[in-house]
Every structure is written in C-alpha cells, then in structure tokens.
Design a protein. Structure first.
Length: 401
C-alpha cells in the first residue's frame, strides 16, 4: 500500500511539468506568427504605403511594389490613382437649377513631404476622399454655376463649364465680380434682372485666384473631369426643348433657303453648261465643216496643179511630136505620107475599075491617027493618077543615077 501511494504521488508533478511546457511552446509559436505578420508587409504596385514606427512615430513611405519592412509599425495605404464620382446640384445666374453628375480622377503625390502632410492631416485614404476631394469638387461646381445661364450651360458655354470647374479644382477658386443687369428672356420675351459673375484677370490675361486649391497645396493632381449628364429642373427642361425646337426650325429654314439658293445656282450652272455644250457642239460641227472644206480646197488645188502639170506635159509632148514630124518631113519631103496617100488613091481607082461593068475594049473602032488610044476608061484613070501625083508632088520616075 505504501509503495503504491508513493508511485502515484511522484507521477503528478511530471505530468504538470509537460503540460506547462506545451502551453509555453504554443504561446511562443503564436507570438512568433504574430511577429511575422508585424515584421513585413507586401505592397501592391498601384498603392502607396506609410509605416509609422511604434516607438518614435516616424513615418516611412514606400511607393514601389514588393515586400517591405514593417517592424511592428502602423500601416496606412493609399491608392496612387482614384476616381471620385459626384452628383451635385448647381444653380445658374438666371435662376435655373440642374444636377451635375460625372467624375474626376486624382493622383496622389510621390514625394514624402506632401505624403506626410496628407497623413498627418487626414490619416487614411477615405478621409482624403471625403474631407478633401469631395469638398473641393463640390465647391468648384457650386462657384461655377453663376458664371453662366441655364441656356449657356447646355449650349454655347458647355465647354466653358467643364473648363471652369476643372481649372478651379486644380488651381483654386477664381476671383470674380458680380453685377446686376437687365436682359430679355429668350423664351417669354419679357425683361428680367440677372446677376452676372465675371472672372477677373491680371494685365497679362491670367485669371486671378481667390484662394489656392487645397489639392495643389497637398500635391494632388486632378485630371479627366467629365460630366456624364446634367438634368435640369422641369421649367428649364421645357425652355430647353422650346429653344431646341426654335433652333431646329431656324436651322431648317436656313437649310431650305440654302437649298433653294443652291438649286438656283445649280439650274443656272446647268443652263450655262447646256449652252456651253450646244455652243461647243456647233463649234465642233463648224470645225469639221472647215476641216472638210480645207481638205476639199487642198484636193482641188492639188488637182488643178496636177491638171496644169498634165497640160504642160501634153503641150510639151505635142510640141515635141510636131517638131519631130516637121523634122521628119523636112528630111524626106513627107515621102511616107505621100506614098501612103498615093497608094490609097490608086487603090480607090483600082477598086472602081474592078467594079466597072462597061466594056473596057471598044466594040467599034474607027480608023484614026496612029498611036492614039481609043479606051476612055483607061485614059481617065491615067489622068486621075497623074493628077494625084501632081497634087502630092510625087515624082514616080526612076532617076537615072
């Protein structure tokens, strides 16, 4: 019994000692993990991180991505770029109201001086949006409204509205002067008094500022200011629709007038073109006729010249032939012609003699003188032959030598 009790008493302290060390180990492990999460911090590329040291409270800024040393310090992160969306009422100098809806983007500074100033004044990203960005944008939109009328804000000065707001957000509120003036209402035609707000400029034309922009003082850059839509109150909307209808009617009338004027110009131009076409068609016909006449004249001239040349050629040929014949006749006394004529004459009498039906020999012959021929036909032919030879001056006798 004593032995059993002694053994039981010795085991309890051993068990308690093991459990205590286990608890201590777990605590140390938890503390180690807690220290790991407080020793380092990973920074995304689109963010800026501020680490405030736990002892001295010094601020350390990190602007590049990666694993950064925390050292148990307090961490504050800011987006490098953000967008603020607004939905702000605005009042114009003619009493009209509208709601400006849109957005503006802003970029945080990268230098430690401005970042430390932002951290000390606002403490986190949400406070920068609510206390700085929102306040500045709302104020600039509110101050821009009185610089124009409702009509001007949606028509001729719409770009000025955007530029005025964006300029004042970044550089500060304009210094302005107000004055009352009487104008005629474009819709009702009645006169009314409005307060015009005009921006003051220095001698160089630079707008004067009433105060410096808070964004500029903290190094924050605003950009890409955009108005998505801007609904007006019911009265202004009705006036806008009426004005748009009038404007459309005017534009339609102008377009119709220009169309009619253009039609007159077109008809006149077409008439001139048709007249010019007809004129040039006649000119073409005339040119063709002149060309044909010139061609005929040239052909006739060439033919006349050719005829003249042929005439001269024939004359020369005739003169040459006549001269040749005269020379031939002079040389032989026209013997060939004479012989040819003589032969023809003899042929005629010979033919007549052959066809003579009478008696060549006389039937009765009277005694007469000796040597006398009593045949009359023979005598007649001999006489005619002699007469032909005489006319041809042809000597038929054979010379002795």
């Amino acid at each position: 019994m004593n032995t059993r009790n002694s053994s039981s008493t010795n085991t309890v302290p051993t068990f308690v000692s093991s459990s205590g060390w286990l608890v201590v180990g777990v605590v140390i492990l938890i503390f180690f993990f807690f220290c790991c999460f407080k020793m380092f911090e990973n920074l995304d590329v689109h963010r800026i991180m501020c680490v405030q040291s736990p002892v001295k409270g010094e601020l350390t800024w990190y602007t590049t991505a990666g694993l950064k040393w925390q050292g148990f310090g307090k961490i504050t992160k800011y987006d490098k770029r953000s967008m603020y969306k607004f939905d702000i009422p605005v009042r114009f100098n003619d009493g009209g109201h509208a709601t400006m809806r849109g957005s503006v983007q802003f970029e945080m500074p990268a230098d430690k001086t401005h970042l430390s100033d932002i951290q000390s004044k606002f403490g986190n990203d949400d406070n920068v949006r609510a206390s700085l960005i929102q306040t500045v944008v709302n104020k600039c939109i509110y101050m821009t409204g009185p610089m124009m009328s409702s009509k001007e804000s949606y028509a001729e000065k719409r770009n000025y509205l955007i530029n005025y707001v964006e300029d004042q957000i970044q550089n500060g509120i304009f210094k302005t002067v107000s004055r009352d003036t009487v104008v005629k209402d474009n819709f009702s035609g009645s006169e009314k008094t409005i307060t015009l707000v005009e921006v003051l400029h220095d001698k160089n034309g630079t707008p004067l500022r009433q105060e410096e922009s808070a964004l500029s003082r903290f190094g924050i850059k605003a950009f890409n200011f955009a108005i998505e839509n801007m609904p007006y109150d019911a009265t202004v909307e009705a006036q806008i629709k009426q004005q748009q209808s009038i404007t459309m009617d005017i534009q339609t009338s102008i377009a119709d007038a220009k169309k009619a004027e253009q039609n007159v110009i077109t008809v006149e131009a077409n008439g001139k073109a048709s007249a010019a076409t007809a004129k040039w068609q006649q000119e073409v016909i005339k040119a063709k006729a002149v060309t044909e006449a010139q061609q005929q004249l040239e052909v006739a001239t060439l033919r006349a010249k050719a005829a003249e040349q042929t005439k001269r050629e024939q004359i020369l040929l005739g003169e040459g032939e006549g001269a040749r014949k005269r020379l031939v006749m002079q040389a032989n006394g026209a013997l060939e012609q004479k012989l040819e004529a003589y032969v023809k004459v003899q042929g005629v009498w010979a033919d007549a003699f052959a066809k003579f039906g009478g008696s060549i020999v006389p039937q009765f012959q009277m005694a007469g003188s000796s040597g006398t021929t009593a045949n009359g036909a023979t005598n007649f032919m001999e006489l005619m032959s002699a007469y032909a030879a005489k006319n041809l001056a042809l000597d038929m006798s054979v010379p002795k030598k």
